[in-house]
Ligand binder design. Structure first.
Ligand SMILES: *Cc1c(COP(=O)(O)O)cnc(C)c1O
Length: 460
């Protein structure tokens, strides 16, 4: 049995001595010591020192239904007894993955009726790359292989997902572009506040979308398989594109016969106030990626959804030589079913759209209107960012030693609120079950931490 009763110091020691953390400097963390999270309930997590912390990030954008839901727990328990594992490689299937496929065809946008399962968002995006190239090969256009994506996009951390993503520091792990595969191209992101101030947001959205056309012409339409994008860039800083952006991307993809892959790993399952970001931005994708909110993070699960036309082509092309041992894992599928039913039964999508989403966004807008450090509040539904600035007029951000977001993130951490600091933005994505009084608590704590940060930076 796992001994849950060690002291914080013991956990920190074993962690430092044996555990390698993702996206972390191991030496620096070893010296500082990790915060050990021991349990969670609703919108709160608890650490080994007994602190009760409001989880403004829903874990890593994933715990959409909140913690401790008995429906998900019981689904896992029942399935692990009934059938803990079986594969679907050799002409077999089991009830949870069949039922999950059917349920996804109901909740995903019109025309998505076929689903391939994997264990993580990264694996699902690798699947997109393999299936999109296979699709063009079957259609007699094997040269269409290149994927175009955006700088500062996040699509995961396997080699293909890293290459799809637009994070330079990830590409450069292992030397200059040491983790960037050939066949992946990037255009600039639609980040108006920091990069487009000389234009109206609408002009800027069009200009950034038209970079896709330039890139297609540069690479040659006959060589481009697909464009991939998150409806709202999440890890990149909750970047909400101007209203002109997605319609123009759509037009260009259609004009040059490029598949449009929509990465809904964060924006799926109610996060933006609709079931999927494609509805929020009227995007008509050909393929889509789901993970995180698919199982609310209770257990790893991900999926790729294919539009009927894409599936029909694959259906005519013989073997699909791709799959994972845990594709459509029975326990993960059972939890995902319970999760989707929980979202439906508690009308979480409607709640985010009509109540909690507007409430959070209005509270953040109030901070942008009144706080000297906040240049912009942006987001949709329960996904949001506060842009921290040195100068609200020029949109200039803090640089060098003056790390406003890092300082603010540490203050949040010490004041029992989880918010993430990305570049110079404070990011949040709370559980979709968060109440308006919990949002008040989030906003009060955020304001306190912004005040402390402003004081440290000599702003107030
Ligand atoms: C988190 C994330 C991924 C990767 O998912 P993993 O499960 O971490 O592999 C892919 N795309 C987006 C938009 C994400 O936020």
């Amino acid at each position: 049995m796992l001994n849950y009763n060690r002291t914080t110091e013991q956990w920190q020691e074993f962690d430092r001595d044996h555990h390698i953390h993702p996206f972390t400097d191991p030496d620096a963390l070893g010296k500082k010591g990790t915060r050990v999270i021991t349990k969670a309930e609703g919108s709160y997590i608890y650490d080994s020192e007994g602190h009760k912390i409001l989880d403004g990030m829903a874990g890593l954008w994933c715990v959409n239904v909140g913690y401790g839901r008995k429906e998900l727990i019981e689904a896992a328990e029942r399935q692990i007894r009934e059938l803990p594992y079986y594969n679907s490689f050799f002409q077999t299937a089991h009830p949870p993955q069949i039922e999950l496929s059917r349920l996804l065809s109901e909740v995903t946008p019109e025309g998505f009726n076929h689903f391939f399962f994997a264990g993580s968002g990264s694996e699902a995006n690798d699947t997109n790359v393999r299936l999109a190239r296979h699709y063009w090969d079957i259609k007699g256009k094997p040269s269409k292989r290149t994927f175009i994506s955006r700088r500062n996009a996040y699509h995961g951390s396997t080699l293909a997902a890293t290459s799809l993503g637009g994070m330079g520091y990830m590409h450069n792990m292992g030397g200059d572009n040491g983790s960037l595969l050939p066949g992946f191209e990037h255009i600039e992101q639609p980040f108006w506040y920091l990069e487009g101030k000389d234009m109206t947001p609408e002009e800027f959205g069009l200009a950034r979308a038209r970079e896709l056309e330039d890139k297609i012409l540069e690479v040659g339409a006959d060589n481009v398989a697909a464009f991939i994008g998150e409806p709202i860039q999440g890890a990149g800083g909750v970047i909400v594109p101007p209203s002109t952006y997605w319609p123009e991307i759509q037009r260009i993809c259609k004009k040059y016969e490029i598949l449009l892959v929509v990465d809904e790993v964060i924006t799926g399952f109610g996060r933006t106030g609709n079931w999927f970001g494609q509805e929020t931005f009227a995007i008509d994708g050909d393929m889509m990626t789901m993970a995180k909110g698919l199982s609310s993070g209770y257990i790893p699960a991900s999926a790729v959804g294919l539009k009927d036309e894409v599936f029909e082509v694959l259906n005519s092309g013989g073997d699909i030589n791709h799959g994972y041992t845990y594709s459509g894992h029975p326990v993960a599928s059972a939890v995902a079913i319970a999760n989707i039913n929980y979202i439906k039964d508690h009308q979480l999508v409607e709640k985010v759209r009509e109540e909690t989403g507007p409430y959070l966004q209005a509270g953040l807008q109030n901070l942008a209107d009144t706080h000297p450090l906040v240049g912009e509040a942006r987001g949709r539904g329960l996904m949001a960012a506060l842009q921290l600035v040195k100068d609200k007029e020029t949109h200039e951000i803090f640089t060098g030693d003056q790390d406003a977001a890092g300082t603010c993130r540490d203050y949040c951490f010490n004041n029992d609120l989880i918010m993430r600091g990305t570049d110079q933005s404070m990011i949040m994505s709370p559980p979709l079950t968060i109440t308006t009084s919990e949002i008040d608590e989030l906003l009060d704590k955020a304001k306190l931490c912004l005040d402390l940060t402003a004081r440290d930076l000599g702003v107030i």
